[in-house]
Design a binder for this molecule. Sequence first.
Ligand SMILES: Cc1cc2nc3c(=O)[nH]c(=O)nc-3n(C[C@H](O)[C@H](O)[C@H](O)COP(=O)(O)OP(=O)(O)OC[C@H]3O[C@@H](n4cnc5c(N)ncnc54)[C@H](O)[C@@H]3O)c2cc1C
Length: 508
Amino acid sequence: MLAPRGLKWDASADVAIVGCGGAGVVAAVTAREAGADVLVLEKQPERSHHTNTSMAGGLFLTPSDVKGGVDYLEALYDAGHGMLWTDKEIIRVWAEYAVDNKRWFEARGGSFLDTAYPAEYPEMPAHKTLARYRFRGAGLGLGKFLSELIKAKNIPVMYETPAAKLLTDLEGRVIGVEADQRLDSEVKKLRVRASKAVILTCGGFEYDERMKLHYHKVYPTYFTGTTANTGDGIRMAMDVGADLWHMNCVAAQVVMKFPDFPVAFAAAFVPGPRLSPLPDASTVRPQDQCGYVFVDRDGKRFADERRFRTDPPRHAIYYEMALYDGRRLVYPRVPSYWIFDSRRIDLGPLPGRHSGPAGPTGLYDWSKDNSREIEKGWIVTANTVRELAGKINVPPDVLEDTLLKFNRYCEKGADPDFGRHSSDLMPVDKPPYGAVKLWPGGPNTQGGPRRNAKAEVLNCDGDPIAGLYSAGELGSIYGMLYTGAGNLTECVAFGRIAGENAARGEAQ
Ligand SMILES: Cc1cc2nc3c(=O)[nH]c(=O)nc-3n(C[C@H](O)[C@H](O)[C@H](O)COP(=O)(O)OP(=O)(O)OC[C@H]3O[C@@H](n4cnc5c(N)ncnc54)[C@H](O)[C@@H]3O)c2cc1C
């Protein structure tokens, strides 16, 4: 929006940053260390502030060398068919910064656990040169570290001040931000002058239903992070002419979602200890073994379920849920059902406990024995498979047949239908039986304003919009295939790049 002539600014800084999550703090700290005067606008109140960053598992994808990082990400970008393309320069710069992210934190007092997990997609070239490291204290620890860091750098954060519009001069250069500052019960328009640049780091569109309907491959989709991420940065960037990219790309998993709670939950199909190594069937402890299947709306299995929780790719499986039946005009797998028996119920809370709303941030206190969620009807239970089928509205004969067949496969130790690994073939035969709806979704969206290797936001001609940068999951560099632990890596890599370049700009 063109700044009104003679506008009286309410505040000013060299660099204004919109959103105080992982990318925002890293950009702010970097710009401040480079000598810029920085101001951060944050939508949420300080006392309840939580971000996708603080709800995350805290895993960072870390290439050991630039070449390995480039080879791996370039192959991933190809998604098998050259479908999605990004500037090679962006991948290179991602790798150059990503190899150094850990050191960036360590130099500022942050630390990581020593155990490293392998990267996803072992079939990609140079896979062995990448590892995933967990920040100490996972996402919550990372969030706390970042909020202490920004305080230590004396960077002002204006909470309860959601940015709404970017303000431009006559040439289209972004020169400031208009926000709606909440003061007690009033909302005041606040105009912030940014003499060097504005950096957008206000997350994705996980909670904007219209955008998800129009941009995602399937609908509905649900997400496991903060409800504050409602696509505001996309609307602001479009208003000043930004091009968009990766709008149909998602860190694509399956989630549980219940109508009376806004945030979705990642499911622990087979539970493990909190902050355990990544869920890999070969590492599941014998005492945690339990049987389960996924069935579609017709009561039929449709996949090797093990792939939904382990490597290879967990972050691509949502695309398998997105199958559309053009004859019947339905998404037969939306929702699907996770079917289990009393063994799983007895093993403890159904959601993953290392991240998300039932994780360390404690947004939702899931009962230890699942009883509260059974009472609420989130988990449907029944003493027979037929009764369960009736309750979830799938054909009883089909569901019964599916489980009989699956249990036979378990006895034989082989799954001829989908080739599920024998270590994961446990029967579902101990009533009461349980069922929960599974939806396409995951941690976050990837789409937003397109950026270049300098983190500049581009217009539809591919030229930078002067004075505007972005970082983080808002217009993430990841395309259709997302690799686990990549988003935090990108927040830090592009937060640093945006902060450096914004601070370097000429004050206008
Ligand atoms: C459950 C979960 C687990 C995950 N685990 C991992 C993992 O282990 N590894 C990994 O790499 N990735 C993980 N991710 C993804 C990763 O955490 C996010 O993509 C990343 O943290 C996004 O950082 P960000 O700074 O872009 O956004 P956020 O951290 O979400 O910050 C966005 C900020 O912008 C604010 N905001 C929104 N709108 C406005 C506005 N109009 N004005 C001002 N402020 C605004 C929000 O309130 C928020 O504070 C996970 C995500 C979730 C939800």
